[in-house]
Design a protein around this ligand. Structure first.
Ligand code: URP
Ligand code: ZN
Ligand code: ZN
Length: 460
């Protein structure tokens, strides 16, 4: 199968030009003006943007969490991602405390086998570190193509490790060329605030927000950066939400330290006023919670200052029925919200169209930086000769409205219902195959491939 894309406005993290692209098999073979190749399919991309397929570095598919499972599985989640222009997602395997990493890997391989519609990779979440696990960490990096290890500084009793385990893990990961990633919030502090609120009967979703003040994230982010500095290990902070945490990372750069940072779409475009409408606020009960307008400004600036490298979604959807598990107590509401489908369109509409970020920065934060940090570049994350032909043909002028009635995620509400968007993912190509065209998906379950990853490429 070969495809020629004519006259597209090609955007990468470093360039922005009009040309044709010729694809043969799974890869890009030629890029240039007026290419004269015979192809099985021609796509006219005049007046359209053509950029690399998105990489969402933070999703939770079919994940056991807070007494239930996230409602998108590998089929529905990766399909929804493709509809939005994300061709690769990185999901999290969770180690069960007391059990091995390989047992957890097996469970996640079963979840994804013959189901994924788009490409995927795994982060390995270490919830219980010991000498046996240390050996498995090395095997994961060297044999399994899983080189990033997620840690939690919160969710005590289920996922959290202590600082002693964190430092020992960092030493092993550094020695073998991996990366430690973190949910950086002070779990003990949050647990005590939750307990205090419950005792006095403060039980609505608003108190989820009030139990996780900015300081809980700023303190943990600074502590994580200090531990990285002490061990020399490279690190990545997931779902950063606020000015205080960003300043902690800014401070760490003064000792010439590299700490990679991810924020998520919701923290850039939604704010904590959504918790002021009773139980409706459960739609946005996630950890960390939505923040203030001043934090949104700090995050957009952080992107332009090169302090924030990626924008993911932390896609962790729950049906409304699942959210109702916490109707009488915010601490029982499953944490997470649906977002994987709208990351790219929201960032284009709210970021590029509103003049907050450039087109090349948009590509950097939606695709290229994730590919570099997580060891998939230049196979993924760019439009270049020899790269996988993963790309999005995007209509920059098409207006549409986000709604649960039209989205493809397996969830019965949208956190962005009624949002007016300018810019739409029109055609998506995954490894040389058209998988989204005219609002239809042409990728079957099992077509998505597990992507083995290598080492981080250090970026600025
Ligand atoms: O609320 C969230 N973020 N749920 C998913 C788990 C996590 O902390 O990333
Ligand atoms: Zn988290
Ligand atoms: Zn998450």
């Amino acid at each position: 199968m070969s495809i020629i894309i004519k006259n597209g406005h090609i955007v990468t993290a470093s360039e922005d030009y009009v040309a044709d692209i010729f694809i043969k098999g799974e890869q890009i073979v030629a890029i240039g003006k007026d290419l004269n190749y015979k192809a099985d399919k021609m796509i006219d991309a005049t007046n359209k943007l053509v950029f690399p397929g998105g990489i969402d570095p933070h999703v939770h598919l079919d994940m056991p969490f807070m007494g239930t499972y996230s409602s998108d599985d590998y089929e529905t989640g990766t399909r929804a991602a493709l509809f939005g222009g994300t061709t690769t997602v990185i999901d999290f395997i969770l180690q069960t405390q007391g059990d091995t990493l390989y047992n957890a890997l097996k469970t996640w391989q079963e979840k994804s086998k013959n189901k994924a519609v788009g490409d995927y990779a795994y982060h390995m979440a270490i919830t219980d570190f010991n000498d046996k696990v240390a050996k498995e960490v090395v095997q994961f990096i060297e044999e399994e193509g899983i080189s990033s290890f997620k840690t939690f500084m919160a969710y005590k009793g289920a996922l959290m490790i202590d600082d002693g385990q964190m430092v020992q893990l960092m030493k092993v990961v550094k020695a073998h060329g991996g990366l430690v990633t973190v949910h950086a919030t002070n779990g003990d502090m949050i647990d005590s605030l939750i307990a205090k609120n419950r005792v006095v009967g403060n039980l609505s979703p608003l108190y989820h927000y009030l139990s996780q003040p900015e300081i809980t994230e700023a303190e943990a982010s600074a502590r994580f950066a200090d531990m990285l500095h002490y061990t020399g290990c490279p690190g990545y902070i997931v779902h950063m939400t606020c000015e205080g945490a960003l300043n902690a990372v800014r401070q760490s750069t003064k000792r010439n330290q590299k700490v990679f940072v991810e924020t998520c779409t919701q923290y850039l475009v939604l704010d904590a006023s959504l918790y002021e409408h009773g139980f409706e606020g459960a739609k946005w009960v996630m950890s960390p919670p939505l923040r203030e307008k001043k934090d949104q400004d700090a995050l957009w600036s952080g992107i332009n200052q090169g302090l924030i490298h990626t924008v993911g979604t932390d896609h962790c959807p729950f049906l409304w029925e699942q959210k109702l598990m916490g109707k009488d107590d915010f601490s029982k509401i499953p944490n997470g919200h649906p977002a994987v489908e709208h990351r790219i369109e929201l960032l284009y509409s709210e970021g590029v169209m509103k003049g907050k970020i450039s087109l090349t920065k948009f590509v950097e934060i939606t695709s290229t930086n994730a590919a570099k940090i997580f060891g998939m570049y230049p196979k993924k994350g760019t439009i270049g000769i020899g790269s996988d032909a993963d790309m999005v043909i995007f209509d920059p002028n098409k207006k549409h409205i986000i709604s649960a009635k039209t989205h493809h995620m397996n969830v019965d509400y949208s956190g962005y219902e009624g949002f007016q968007i300018k810019g739409k993912t029109e055609t998506v190509i995954l490894r040389g195959k058209v998988v989204i065209e005219a609002n239809k998906c042409y990728s079957a379950p099992g077509n998505g491939k597990f992507i083995k990853r290598g080492r981080t490429i250090v970026i600025n």
